[in-house]
Design a protein around this ligand. Sequence first.
Ligand SMILES: Nc1ncnc2c1ncn2[C@@H]1O[C@H](COP(=O)(O)OP(=O)(O)OP(=O)(O)O)[C@@H](O)[C@H]1O
Ligand SMILES: [Mg+2]
Length: 269
Amino acid sequence: MSDEKPSPDPSDQTDDVLARQYNEIAALAGGLAHEIKNPLSTIRLNMDLLAEDLAEMQGPGQRRAQGKVEVVRQECLRLQGLLDDFLRFTRVHHPRLQATDLNRLVHRVLEFFRPQAEEAGVEIVEYLDPDLPRVTLDPDAFYGAILNLVLNAQQSMPGGGQLMVRTGLCQRGVALDLIDTGRGMDEETLSRMFDVFFSTKDGGSGLGLPTTRRVVEAHRGRISVESEPGRGTHFRIELPTPPRLTEAVGGEEGRKEGGKEGRREGGKE
Ligand SMILES: Nc1ncnc2c1ncn2[C@@H]1O[C@H](COP(=O)(O)OP(=O)(O)OP(=O)(O)O)[C@@H](O)[C@H]1O
Ligand SMILES: [Mg+2]
């Protein structure tokens, strides 16, 4: 008989080391982004003041100078937006959890989005299951995560279309579906959409979906996608509810689920 202890699984160690390295890099990058943010907002403020001063002046060079100031202002705005997105991405670590009515949260996002949707000719169809159990989540982080998906859907329908938003029970707990009739995604986009900084849009930061995925995974949930070029895209978020609730609805779920082939998981490949 040997009293040798089993050696630790090397893959666990690798995961630990990788997680530590990731956290260090994220903290470093987050710190750097933060340091850039402050002087950038001062530059922007000064550009705003300069634009006001120029507006009061007369002379041949005044208009040209105004144009240049505007270019710098716009670039500052873009960089501020990028840094905000980036900081949001690196911050999603410790969700502040509370029992939440997902329907109400989704409805709040849609109410915020409605004026923009009307302007863009996007019809919103809401099917929120009135019997949905409460889920434990961080409402602020989740609000942002859903908004990212809603905005992506709208941006995929430049000529208008329909966005269906649905909640309901699923095997793991509750599910949120967002189905748009937009341009859909080709194979390359589908395989890269969750990569940080991947974007097919002019001026897109490519942080929307990676942030949404991190929020969902921080809640032990999962995000999956089905999409077809020219037809549209279906994002699904599944969140666990307390085990007792999941068991209680388990029997019914077998019938509701199924036919999931072709779904892309948002998990790490
Ligand atoms: N509903 C959708 N329909 C079609 N393509 C989509 C949809 N959602 C995401 N995509 C594709 O996935 C890419 C990545 O999306 P993501 O939200 O991460 O970045 P983005 O929208 O380009 O920029 P931003 O950081 O401003 O959100 C998009 O550029 C787009 O090509
Ligand atoms: Mg986006």
